[in-house]
Design a binder for this molecule. Structure first.
Ligand SMILES: [Zn+2]
Length: 229
């Protein structure tokens, strides 16, 4: 049974959960699966992360009594979720961009998939957060290159989709930078323990980026169906 929950300060929390030294309070004690699920209904410093994340498992169960071993598995699962969204969410962008060139229409996505596969391997074997974010840099730069070529009209694709694609990249990059830099909590440690800390802002920006990605994909798919017929 879950006992009455006393939340911990940063110094009292398990070492593997001390990844943000500017979040000072609100840490859940290590506990079982049932009590992790029950933490959906009381305030702690991961609650907003749970409700703003597409994959809630990592944030909900990171305080499981299995400790660092379970935490590492959950983190890897989270990385795989991010990788899936990043990898498969942009394939329609490549398809539209290189629709007129058969070789490139295959080659560009294949190179991207290889870069993405390399990045997820690096991400799940990284020891720290900045290395995990940097692991995704090569596919991101690859995408930026394609989007830039589109914006300047050098390749195909629906021009109306470019607006959404640029916003997707800007918002995703802003979220990653804010998350790594621990902004705003590094300026006022303890003031953003529960709401509007860097990780939560990153979740919100990533969600808006994902919506822009979907809108861009819909514009591209509609454009391809018009140009093929
Ligand atoms: Zn998260």
């Amino acid at each position: 049974m879950c006992q009455r929950v006393r939340l911990y300060d940063w110094a009292e929390s398990p070492t593997h959960l001390q990844f943000n030294r500017f979040i000072l309070t609100g840490y859940r004690p290590l506990t079982n699966i049932i009590c992790c699920v029950k933490s959906l209904v009381y305030l702690h410093n991961e609650l907003v992360n749970v409700y703003t994340h597409g994959n809630v498992i990592y944030h909900l169960f990171m305080s499981h009594a299995g400790g660092a071993v379970v935490y590492k598995k959950l983190l890897q699962l989270d990385m795989c979720g991010i990788w899936t969204a990043n990898t498969f969410g942009v394939l329609s962008t490549f398809a539209a961009s290189f629709q007129d060139t058969v070789v490139l229409s295959w080659l560009v996505p294949i190179v991207y998939l290889l870069l993405s596969t390399f990045s997820i391997h690096k991400a799940v074997t990284s020891k720290c957060q900045s290395d995990r974010v940097l692991a995704f840099l090569s596919p991101v730069i690859y995408r930026w290159t394609v989007v830039t070529l589109r914006v300047f009209g050098k390749i195909g694709g629906n021009p109306f989709a470019n607006y959404y694609l640029v916003w997707m990249e800007v918002l995703a990059a802003a979220g990653a930078i804010i998350n790594v830099c621990r902004i705003p909590e590094r300026w006022l440690p303890g003031r953003f323990d529960y709401v509007m800390n860097s990780h939560q802002i990153m979740h919100i920006l990533s969600f808006i980026a994902l919506i822009n990605s979907q809108w861009g994909a819909m514009e591209d798919l509609a454009w391809m169906s018009r140009t093929v017929s």
